[in-house]
Ligand binder design. Structure first.
Ligand code: SAH
Length: 251
């Protein structure tokens, strides 16, 4: 059995109880060494064999899984954040299907949610944005033609950009064509890690500020007026609003 586990954003206490239980009892652990906090593996049992997938290709990862399965060993495949977001676990699951090896997926706290937490912000403010776009800049992985950053930006929704902090100058230039240039932006480096850094700015100055802070990778860029202070109160807690669980007060 192979368990794909979302290791969370960094703070080892942000690993799920289920994920931790499986890691701590696994015979073989394959973890994404470039981003997973090694502390997440601190409870691994003695004798567990640990591989760093940062230095392995897909065939090598599958080879380790296959060999473990043949010996009846339990494999924990540990991905950063939640594997469903830029985790590249689909291609592994498909290969396991072909090999007839059973697997499960244990979700994790994605870095984009940890980022909202450390910023102490809500992405979906009434009257500001009710939509969150998770995307990236085109790098070696091309963007599908209908998902160009400028097209996505036309919505002025809350936008969270992964894997792209090294291209912040170009990113802000594109976003300024669709958002107000003074739209607030935050860049969060290593959210929830001990060396976490937060840089605030707007679409005109964020690139320079982030460069000055020396941030080149492992950061998320979040854009939108959800970072500002103007919004409408929610209907959910509006005292005149009746919900399934609560009667509204008539004034
Ligand atoms: N599956 C992961 C994302 C993997 S892609 C998740 O759910 O978070 C790797 C990118 O995620 C990094 O380039 C960076 O943009 C972002 N990232 C991962 N961990 C992060 C963290 N702790 N703080 C900020 N960004 C992070």
């Amino acid at each position: 059995m192979v368990s794909f586990i979302g290791a969370g954003p960094g703070d080892p206490e942000l690993l799920t109880i289920k994920g931790k239980r499986i890691i701590d009892s696994a015979d073989v652990i394959i973890y994404a060494g470039s981003l997973v906090n090694p502390q997440v593996l601190s409870g691994a049992k003695e004798g567990a064999v640990i591989y760093n997938s940062a230095v392995m290709n897909l065939d090598e990862v599958l080879e380790v899984m296959k060999a473990a399965e043949e010996k009846g060993l339990k494999v924990a495949r540990v991905h950063t954040g939640d594997p469903a977001i830029y985790g590249a676990h689909r291609e592994q699951m498909d290969r396991l299907d072909e090999l007839g090896i059973a697997y499960e997926v244990i979700p994790g706290v994605s870095s984009f949610l940890a980022t909202a937490a450390v910023l102490k912000k809500e992405y979906t403010l009434p009257g500001v944005s009710q939509t969150v776009i998770l995307t990236r800049m085109e790098g070696r992985t091309p963007m599908p033609p209908k998902e160009k950053l400028l097209d996505l930006a036309q919505h002025n929704a809350t936008m969270i950009i992964f894997l792209s902090v090294g291209m912040l100058e170009e990113m802000s230039e594109i976003l300024r064509q669709a958002y107000r240039p003074k739209t607030p932006v935050a860049v969060v480096y290593k959210a929830t890690w001990e060396d976490q850094k937060i840089v605030y700015g707007d679409l005109t100055n964020i690139a320079a500020r982030v460069k000055e802070a020396g941030i080149r990778k492992t950061a998320l860029t979040v854009v939108g007026d959800f970072l500002g202070d103007e919004y409408e109160l929610s209907k959910l807690y509006d005292k005149t609003f009746t919900t399934e669980f609560r009667k509204g007060v008539t004034e």
